[in-house]
Design a protein around this ligand. Structure first.
Ligand code: BDR
Ligand code: CA
Length: 329
């Protein structure tokens, strides 16, 4: 198995600082969060829970950062912390679509969230399997009204495409953290973890023709939390902000000699909240479904499938948006 590379790349020059106003949409956008929490998943989920722009229909879980039992429990623990056990959790794929699951890397600690104390789930996961529930929801709600915020391997979404194509066609859009375009990978030389963990699933979603915005390492490595950032959150005294600070601090502990850590998964929520802070290019992409070190790697390929890819970000502005959302609510 390929070893994960350290996420220690240097910060790029700071871009223009814009203060994006927090302007709730007239009506919150209905979203499903598909996730493998995961420290950075947890931060993204907390952001989605506080932001009035989102209405979370449910959380579907997938194995990734850690096994399915733990990712599902962590989703429930985050909801219990936020007092939002009205939001249902659905257990998703325990293994990739068509290959054995990788050995757990336990990069986010043995509990998947860096040992940060969270209450136990207030209620267990629902009996319905994640993909069945998601298909039913998509068929019930008006077409195009549900966005999927995908923070982990794409196994559940590939199963939706393969087993429920009529429901899948009704997705508003998928915004997914995954891949590396011009950046080096974080698992293999060109492989990013979420796509590496299930390359066939990634290839299925990329080829599906569904509206897909991919947020790769090229962007997420620019959006970095510093110790100064966590101090601001801690000092606010707001529970979600303080919990995010705690999660980021545990993320610091997982790496030595780091001055900042990339906030991969929250970039999905931040893109949904403020797309004008990102630069999007349409690229034709193919996914490496081999077994070698570049499993799951993306290639820009004339015969590939068109995908909207975030390739630039106003990092100071999205960090400012993240902290203001957490502190405001
Ligand atoms: C992605 O891999 C996971 O470890 C993170 O949660 C994120 O989704 C970054 O490559
Ligand atoms: Ca994740």
């Amino acid at each position: 198995m390929a070893k994960r590379r350290p996420l220690s790349d240097k910060r790029r020059p700071i871009q223009r600082k814009v203060s994006t106003p927090i302007m709730p949409h007239a009506k919150p956008r209905l979203v499903v969060i598909d996730t493998d929490p995961g420290i950075d998943d947890a931060i993204g989920i907390l952001l989605a829970l506080v932001a009035p722009e989102f209405s979370i229909a449910g959380i579907t879980t997938v194995a990734g950062n850690i096994g399915i039992g733990t990712t599902t429990r962590n989703a429930g623990r985050l909801l219990a912390f936020a007092g939002r056990d009205d939001i249902p959790v659905f257990t998703g794929a325990a293994v990739p679509l068509s290959r054995p699951g990788p050995e757990p890397l336990n990069l986010h600690g043995v509990d998947g969230i860096g040992g940060v104390p969270l209450p136990p789930p207030a209620r267990g996961p629902e009996a319905a399997p994640a993909v069945e529930w998601l298909a039913e929801l998509l068929l019930k709600e008006p077409a195009g009204t549900i966005d999927i915020l995908a923070l982990g391997p794409l196994t559940n979404l590939a199963q939706l495409v393969l087993d429920h194509p009529d429901a899948a066609q009704r997705v508003g859009r998928i915004i997914a953290m995954g891949g590396a375009i011009h950046e080096r990978g974080n698992v293999g030389p060109r492989s990013e973890f979420n796509l590496w963990a299930d390359p066939e699933a990634a290839a299925t979603v990329v080829a599906s023709g569904l509206p897909l915005v991919l947020v790769p390492l090229d962007v997420t490595r620019r959006v970095r939390a510093s110790r100064e950032f966590t101090e601001t959150l801690s000092k606010s005294g707001k529970p979600a902000a303080a919990m995010v600070a705690h999660l980021i601090e545990s993320y610091f502990e997982a790496a030595t000699h780091q001055e900042s850590r990339p906030l991969h998964d929250p970039c999905v929520m931040l893109y949904a909240l403020a797309p004008e802070l990102f630069r999007i290019e349409e690229l034709r992409l193919s996914v490496d479904v081999g077994n070698a070190e570049n499993a799951g790697a993306l290639t820009v390929d004339a015969n590939g499938f068109p995908v909207q890819v975030a390739l630039g970000v106003d990092a100071p502005a999205v960090l400012d948006l993240l902290s203001r959302q957490l502190i405001a609510h």
